[in-house]
Ligand binder design. Structure first.
Ligand code: AMP
Ligand code: MG
Length: 554
């Protein structure tokens, strides 16, 4: 007998795998009606339409007095009250009626005066109230002003969270049409595996805990689907075959882990070519997120064209090593910092190191390649839903602080700043750009970004800083020319100032060129990484320079 050698299967790209699994899913399984209280997390199978207006009657927004506004200001008798939940009764002429928030406006009344604006006194014939002048409709929530009759509040395919259940309750929907949940069978394969509730491990036999099943079942539950735990399966062809056939008979999705590598007892591939996940827990986690979760989501009723993850730009908090053979989904913890998302690696990424998924809230898309991606580089990150960004010190809630002094009216607003990093220049730590892009050091790329950021609409930047080392070579000259061609006018003084500051830092700055000028209302400047400590100075100068070029000083 020979042991298995090279795999007969070709390696697929992640995109092809995602596509392949997605193509198996034709849509939701079916529908069912459930009581509102059991609909949390389910996917809505019908639009939620307001059949009646909300509010259905004109209601008071204040605690106060219902009045006929045409009767004007003066002293009125208030013989009765209208409190929320009471039957509506007409208001007699010449009288006012005490009314509480949410109570229906008495017929005849057309405004509410809030109680704080009135003066009450008790007379022998009852309560007298001094009422100021008011306008028709004052302090009244009109019929349908919150939600018009026929308005669609929720769309088929939406996930029902707490907010959505509140909305359905407001619409009076005590039963809800939702999609059926897929049953997802989960099983682990491996002679070395011991259930977490099972015996002590015998390390002489290389036994380990089965962590994939609890991990997978929990991820299935997190999606809202129902896991069906089919336990541990031995590495035996006949047993694997019968376990899988049972799984297929009892579930809509079957997820297996282990037994798909090139070991002599890796039978899963032999028995099936369905959704088998790799054995190592981290691979299992990542593969589930990339392949299984989107498919299960669609089976649960989420629209077929709806992406599962937000794909955002994230700046690396530290350098990341690339893998020469394959792209990696690097586990990381993302947080908001200085106007952008910063991602911190969870550390050593070996697929058996389950610690690398601890508190991960995103997967960084690291392409295959040689070398490292440096700190400060922006990469794409898939945000894992339910996790959110990690809270940062400025988050909510915070300890109450002493009232901050009101901002001075004449304080200039922080300029909206775009930072364009060309080539492998390192990001600017002390700049807090609202926009950040990283492009190759190439003329068209630079021009496209600068023009876009300077376009005169609400999104235009006040300041565009291009961080690039632009020397004397012909490629750099093209980039410089492209940047210059974007400008309506250049600012020679500012260019000279930039050069002087950079020269104070290093004589090598002589070999670098700077561009400063204005396009429409935007100041565009290039800075080189040579600036070093002078950068802080230079950046501090820019808002001042911006206001002077805007006021059209030379
Ligand atoms: P396999 O694909 O079966 O060769 O497994 C690859 C690696 O993942 C081996 O080190 C296995 O011990 C490990 N592994 C497989 N299944 C599990 C599991 N359910 N829990 C923890 N580790 C596992
Ligand atoms: Mg195995």
């Amino acid at each position: 007998m020979m042991y298995p050698g090279k795999s007969p299967y070709t390696m697929l790209s992640v995109e092809d795998c995602v596509e392949m699994v997605a193509s198996q899913v034709k849509g939701a399984l079916g529908q069912e009606e459930v009581p509102l209280g059991q609909a949390l997390g389910r996917i809505l199978a019908q639009d939620a339409i307001a059949e009646v207006p909300i509010p259905a009657f004109p209601a008071s927004i204040m605690d106060g007095f219902a009045v006929r506004s045409a009767e004007g200001r003066g002293a009125f008798l208030c013989p009765a009250a209208a409190t929320a939940g009471e039957r509506r009764r007409p208001l007699e002429e010449g009288h006012v009626r005490y009314i509480t928030t949410g109570a229906p406006l008495p017929e005849g009344a057309d405004a509410v005066v809030k109680v704080e604006d009135t003066v009450q006194s008790v007379r022998s014939d009852g309560l007298e109230v001094q009422i100021p002048a008011s306008k028709p409709g004052a302090n009244i929530r009109q019929v349908g002003s919150d939600t018009a009759q026929g308005e669609r509040l929720l769309t088929k395919g939406c996930r029902l969270g707490a907010a959505e259940l509140g909305i359905l309750a407001a619409l009076g929907m005590r039963r809800v049409q939702v999609y059926q949940e897929p049953k997802v069978a989960v099983l682990s394969t491996g002679d070395e595996l011991v259930d977490v509730d099972g015996d002590d491990l015998d390390e002489t036999r290389g036994q380990i805990r089965d962590c994939n099943r609890p991990l997978l079942c929990a991820m299935v539950k997190e999606l809202g689907a129902t896991p069906l735990d089919l336990g541990l399966v031995k590495d035996d062809l006949a047993i694997v075959r019968s376990a899988l056939s049972h799984a297929f008979n009892s579930a809509d999705v079957v997820i297996t882990s282990g037994g798909v590598s090139r070991g002599s007892k890796d039978y899963i591939k032999e028995v099936l070519t369905e959704l088998g996940l790799p054995g190592n827990p981290v691979s299992c986690f990542v593969t589930f997120k990339l392949l299984a979760a989107p498919a299960i989501e669609k089976l649960r009723g989420r629209p077929l064209d709806c992406p599962t993850y937000a794909r955002v730009d994230a700046m690396l908090a530290s350098a990341v090593q690339m893998d020469p053979d394959r792209p990696e989904y690097h586990r990381a913890r993302a947080r908001w910092e200085s106007g952008g998302i910063v991602a911190e690696s969870t550390g050593f990424q070996r697929s058996s190191r389950i610690a690398s998924i601890a508190e991960a809230n995103c997967l960084l898309e690291i392409p295959s390649g040689s070398g490292v991606i440096p700190q400060g580089q922006v990469v794409k990150a898939l945000l894992l839903p339910g996790e959110g960004l990690r809270p940062e010190p400025e988050g909510f809630p915070r300890k109450a602080r002493k009232a901050e002094p009101a901002p001075k009216v004449d304080r200039p607003q922080e300029p909206k700043t775009g930072l364009l990093v060309l080539g492998d220049a390192e990001g600017l730590r002390n700049l807090r750009p609202q926009l950040l892009e990283r492009r190759p050091k190439e003329a068209n790329a630079a021009k496209e970004v600068v023009e876009r950021w300077c376009r005169q609409d609400a999104d235009a930047c006040d300041l565009v800083v291009v961080l690039a080392n632009l020397g004397l070579g012909s490629a750099d000259a093209e980039v410089l020319a492209a940047l210059r061609s974007c400008l309506d006018k250049s600012c020679a003084n500012l260019e000279e100032l930039l050069l002087r500051r950079q020269l104070q830092q290093s004589p090598l700055a002589m070999l670098h060129q700077s561009v400063a000028g204005v396009r429409s209302q935007t100041l565009v400047v290039t800075v080189s990484t040579f600036c070093g400590d002078a950068l802080t100075d230079i950046l501090a100068l820019l808002p001042q320079a911006l206001s002077s070029v805007r006021s059209d000083a030379p």
